[in-house]
Design a binder for this molecule. Sequence first.
Ligand code: ATR
Length: 280
Amino acid sequence: MADANSFGIAGLLGWPVAHSRSPVIHNHWLQKYGIPGRYLLFGVPPERLEPAVRGLSALGLRGCNVTTPHKQAIFPLLDRVDALARTIGAVNTVVVEKDGSLTGFNNDGNGFIQSLRDADPKWSPGSGPILVLGAGGASRAVVASLAAQGAKEIRVTNRTRDKAQQIADAVGSVVTVVPWEQRTDALDGIAMLANATSLGMTGKGALDMPLDRLPRHALVGDLIYIPPETALLAAARARGNTTVNGLGLLLNQARPAFNAWFGVMPEITPELLQAIQATF
Ligand code: ATR
């Protein structure tokens, strides 16, 4: 981190980045905690990633978030990547250390888990079997983070089975691969269901997931936040299950990043939620 008295700058490296809500979150916190600084969007095409990352320290940035298409490509440009981010195979946060070196983290999965814990404090990743739908980058972050936080059985199901198998290979024996056609059978006895497919998102296809076999006490999370309540979450809520959408991930992944860059662990307040909701 640069001199604590200086104007602190952090930002998002991605291509494109214009849609991001991260500036709303971080700039809200900078203002709330009276920290002089700014969170900016940096549209960086793939061929400019290397000079952009090399420039982080030289420009005095505290760090950055990383999004599509740079989450994997940034690995060789960093001095170290923490173990969870390595298992996930993607970095979403970079911290510029005091000596100018760069450390990569991935807070996405932990952010999602924190939002589930907030919704149901009795639940933890070790509470019982978990079913995760999908095996893209978001799924991999969630599955690896659940395993790191003590999950004992994570069932992963995906249309393309190979991708679910790759997650199982990377994360270990707590992961079992369930054929996509058998996804409703895999609801039996679970304590948490997470949708990490893009199905149910505005403009995408519908998720076909009857919930008859879902235990009543199971938590249901969806990584999607547009719309704020997917058909899956609406159906789960109607049967009495506690539900969580993807906004919790967005907000909770930002907290440890802000803390690493600016030295304050920020709170998710009703004012922040209102500021985010105003962007929809
Ligand atoms: P992200 O990085 O957000 O995880 P992604 O890597 O594109 O995005 O992953 C999208 C997920 O949604 C994948 O699990 C994908 O399944 P495949 O691996 O088989 O592509 C899933 N998905 C997208 N459209 C789907 C569909 N029509 N039916 C079933 N799964 C679908």
